[in-house]
Design a protein. Sequence first.
Length: 141
Amino acid sequence: MAAEGFEHYLPLVSSVRRYPSGTKRFTKPLFPGYVFARVPEAGKARIYQQELIARAIRVDDEARFLAQIEDVRRIVASGVELSLIPFLTRGRRVRIIGGPLHGLEGLVDDSSNPEGVVIAVDVLRQGLLLKLPAESLSALP
């Protein structure tokens, strides 16, 4: 994107992994798979021709989006410890991505407390309410 002269932003955060052989520090994208760019209408065909991106997401409310990106910039620059969690709403389908229940799918029960996930037992017309950390959930399309 820089070589093409497009304004872009890739928020990066520091991460620490502990291994038996020691601790490793590295930098990773805050939003894996996303780079934020402002591409003029005339340059949109060029980003696909150069294979700079796989897919562009159109932003309807640009002012709101830019304000949110500015908030992200401030947060990343502050050095405050942060982690990415899925934005979960009531009724959203999720998959458990960690722990002994890895792979199970369910519904978010209460968006104010996304740790409540309902796993359905349809035959019995019942559901099991699980308390799981939001980091162990992945939103499904």
